[in-house]
Ligand binder design. Structure first.
Ligand SMILES: C[S@@+](CC[C@H](N)C(=O)[O-])C[C@H]1O[C@@H](n2cnc3c(N)ncnc32)[C@H](O)[C@@H]1O
Length: 252
């Protein structure tokens, strides 16, 4: 067994995360760089240090799962989403999967409030507990909110001169929860799943499995909104039909 394969086994024991289901070249490159930067020449030495040092482990988790997000990332796609959701007959039961620091579920709340169809709180999940803490705190620096128009900034945030704080009426419409897309049960009877910019990290068989689970989690007519880098070439679309670029509708 090569050293990285051995490391993946030891890492799974330590954290429960199965790195074998992520695309290997990127993952191996990213983690080897980090290991080298921290001064460990072997993965065996690195794992020993990770077991003993929570800060080192957190740093690795940060690097392994890139947590970058934006409010209304790819705005033209959100305009399409707004039209499709606006045409729904009831307030959608929605899940923002792999939500990182919360920009995506908060964007959803803003959109649903503007459409007048905010129902029960949006479920927003991620594998990384530390990003969920940041998401729940809802504080963003000016760079992170640059995509929002000034009236929206005023409406949805308070500003203390340094950071923008999401207003309680937005925050209370999101329920954050830890969830691993590879291991945990999925919610059911959903009208909308937003899962963007995470499927690209997974191997094709894993992506296929997740698509099937998303399809099962949706009600007929429900929507799946994926990232603008996500392609499903050569894959089966289980009971899902494309309705717009990067959007799929669950068939009856
Ligand atoms: C690039 S961010 C995407 C954020 C947001 N969805 C967006 O598109 O702006 C990818 C997120 O996927 C999460 N992630 C990685 N593996 C995961 C898994 N197995 N289950 C759930 N979330 C995962 C990471 O922690 C990270 O926050």
């Amino acid at each position: 067994m090569d050293e990285f394969s051995w490391f993946m086994g030891a890492f799974r024991q330590l954290t429960g995360i199965d790195l074998a289901r992520y695309k290997r070249p990127q993952m191996e490159r990213r983690l080897t760089n980090l290991r080298d930067r921290r001064g460990f020449s072997t993965f065996a030495a690195y794992i020993q240090a990770l077991e003993a040092d929570g800060t080192l482990l957190n740093e690795l988790l940060d690097k392994m799962t890139i947590n970058v997000s934006e409010f209304f990332r790819n705005p033209e796609r959100w305009e399409t989403l707004r039209e499709l959701v606006g045409a729904m007959s009831t307030a959608p039961r929605a899940w923002s999967a792999a939500c990182a620091t919360g920009e995506e579920p908060y964007s959803l709340v803003m959109m649903l409030l503007e459409l007048g169809c905010m129902g029960q709180p949006i479920l927003a999940t991620d594998i990384d507990e530390r990003v969920l803490e940041r998401a729940a705190a809802g504080r963003y620096d000016p760079l992170q909110v640059r995509g929002l128009a000034p009236p929206d900034l005023e409406r949805y945030f308070s500003f203390d001169g340094r950071e923008y704080q999401i207003r309680p009426q937005i925050r209370e419409n999101v329920r954050f929860q830890k969830h691993n897309l590879l291991e945990d049960d999925y919610p059911t009877a959903l009208d909308l799943i937003v899962c963007r910019n995470v499927l690209i990290y997974f191997t094709d068989p894993t992506k296929q499995e997740i698509l099937e689970r998303f399809s099962n989690a949706l009600r007929p007519g429900g929507l799946l909104f994926v990232g603008s880098t996500e392609q499903f070439f050569g894959m089966k679309l289980p009971n899902l039909a494309p309705v717009a670029p990067f959007m799929y509708r669950r068939l009856g």
